[in-house]
Design a protein around this ligand. Structure first.
Ligand SMILES: Cc1cc2nc3c(=O)[nH]c(=O)nc-3n(C[C@H](O)[C@H](O)[C@H](O)COP(=O)(O)OP(=O)(O)OC[C@H]3O[C@@H](n4cnc5c(N)ncnc54)[C@H](O)[C@@H]3O)c2cc1C
Length: 491
């Protein structure tokens, strides 16, 4: 729909891009365009304002390339993207006064540090006579508006999901807005403002370790819709049965697009459910929509327990006797634990910036239970290496795996990495893909090379302790140690 006025707009609004790097179904952009104002889209990179959760290295790579494609997509509708490096409030005030804007429109963020930074930015902007108006779109539902019968927040997913389904009415997504000539800034006579170079934001690493990430992903709105369409067309119907096998393309792999905003959750909801409510969605879509429900739950828990990105939800774990071992942490980070499914996952993460959910659960359990290292080390490593790093989901995933969080994995459930490997990577395709040094080992021993007879290892070219590590800790011993430590706090 095109905004009605064709003359020059007499008001200017800055649209502040954050984790919503898209043109279609972007509430802040849509509202600014439909107010009839001239629109100036802006992205500001500020490590200080994002502390302590400034984007990690992999996500910075993602954001850089997303900005390049966003700039091109905005140009197609007549807008020039302005980019700046510096404090949010100061940069926005400077741009607003340069272009004569009286308002900044943005989509709300739900991470606790971002919410308080927004409150601060709002104060500074309003002291300069500029209003900050926030819109919703990052989640399907306001996490503060879901309450138990007793009026409190939920801590268990299933009843939360039941209540969410009762309340949820997802409005259909909107497309890219169409601007009248007078609203465009990329037209002759538009904003004469230095647009800033995306390179100057310094988001790319100085040493280029991102080649495999670049081969794996297309960080753009077009790339996002291609991934979503491919999933809906070919794989949604088999999602439930194939989602646990990391060698397969069994899940949608939309997480980085969702975390960085090339897709809105309601675009995904409509592509999959094709209805405003889950009750009317095709039953085959339900298992997938339930996963979107976990994302809503993670933000519900974080909203009501903002400390949980840094501390256990379950207070009994505050004094948990975590081990300290830099050497073990490094072996885990580098995929050198001697457990093939764990090492394959960690190397997939390093190479591609992503890891399959089943393997995320296995490696997280391994770090916290086999190695008894604090989940916060794992969460920090994921934060730096994931292209889909997302504070709600990452916090929830780690606290769930460590047994310290909401609706968490019980403390006595210690994943056996060998069994997990045999069950979910039966023919070893996943392990062989990421551990070439084990590629010639026969299936029977692939998930437990230490059990292989010498001649089998020799034929496969494997020398344990040289070409591939011996297990960092024997499973039975690690399990006993974890049960003893967790037993102290189970209460
Ligand atoms: C230790 C650990 C850390 C994690 N860290 C992150 C993270 O930083 N960012 C992130 O987006 N997800 C995280 N997850 C959740 C999950 O692993 C990923 O969302 C999923 O692997 C993304 O792949 P997909 O898009 O193919 O998922 P699909 O299975 O296709 O699911 C579709 C979408 O639903 C949501 N979703 C799926 N599973 C979960 C889940 N268990 N919890 C919350 N939302 C879910 C995601 O947004 C996902 O993109 C983590 C899980 C664990 C166990």
């Amino acid at each position: 729909m095109e905004s009605s006025s064709q003359g020059p707009a007499d008001r200017t609004i800055v649209v502040w891009y954050r984790r919503d790097l898209r043109v279609a179904d972007n509430e802040a952009l849509w509202a600014a365009v439909h107010s009839g104002a001239r629109v100036v889209p802006v992205f500001v990179s500020s490590e200080d304002d994002e502390q302590p959760w400034q984007p990690g290295a992999a996500q910075r790579w993602w954001i850089h390339h997303s900005l390049v494609s966003l700039r091109a997509a905005l140009a197609e509708i007549g807008l020039d993207l302005v980019v700046r490096k510096g404090a949010f409030a100061k940069s926005l005030i400077a741009i607003a006064s340069e272009v004569g804007a009286d308002a900044v429109f943005a989509n709300r963020r739900f991470e606790p540090h971002a919410a308080s930074s927004d409150a601060e930015t709002d104060k500074v902007l309003s002291s300069g006579g500029i209003s900050l108006q926030l819109f919703d779109g990052f989640l399907l539902h306001d996490p503060a508006q879901i309450r138990t019968g007793a009026g409190g927040p939920y801590r268990v997913f299933t009843p939360f999901w039941r209540r969410l389904q009762e309340q949820l009415r997802v409005p259909p997504p909107v497309g890219a807005p169409e601007l009248s000539l007078g609203q465009r800034t990329a037209s002759p006579g538009g904003a004469s403002i230095d647009l800033g170079s995306i390179e100057s934001l310094g988001l790319l690493p100085t040493v280029n370790w991102t080649a495999e990430i670049a081969r794996t992903w297309v960080p753009s709105e077009a790339g996002a819709h291609a991934a979503l369409d491919e999933f809906v067309t070919n794989r949604n119907s088999v999602y439930e049965s194939r989602r646990d096998f990391p060698a397969e393309l069994g899940t949608s792999r939309v997480s980085p697009f969702l975390a960085n905003g090339q897709l809105s959750p309601r675009q995904i909801w409509y592509a999959v459910a094709r209805s405003p409510t889950i009750a009317n969605a095709d039953a085959g879509a339900h298992p997938y929509l339930r996963q979107l429900g976990w994302r809503e739950f993670s933000y519900h828990v974080l909203r009501h327990n903002p400390f949980t990105s840094d501390a256990p939800l379950n207070a009994r774990f505050v004094s948990f006797p975590w081990r300290r071992s830099k050497a073990d942490l490094q072996k885990w980070q580098r995929g050198q634990t001697g457990y093939p499914i764990v090492d394959a996952g960690m190397r997939e993460l390093w190479a591609t910036g992503w890891m399959h959910n089943r393997v995320r659960m296995v490696v997280a359990s391994f770090l916290t239970k086999h190695l008894l290292l604090n989940w916060r080390h794992g969460a920090a490593w994921f934060w730096d290496t994931l292209v889909d790093a997302d504070l709600g989901n990452n916090t929830m995933g780690w606290q769930w795996s460590a047994g310290t969080g909401a609706d968490a994995q019980p403390y006595f459930r210690v994943f056996n990495p060998t069994t997990q490997g045999k069950k979910f990577d039966r023919d070893g395709t996943y392990v062989r893909r990421w551990l070439p040094e084990l590629a010639r080992l026969e299936n029977k021993y692939l998930h437990a090379p230490w059990d292989a007879p010498d001649d089998v290892l020799e034929r496969a070219g494997v020398r344990l302790g040289e070409t591939y590590p011996k297990p960092i800790v024997p499973h039975a011993e690690a399990r006993e140690r974890a049960l003893a430590a967790y037993g102290q706090v189970k209460g």
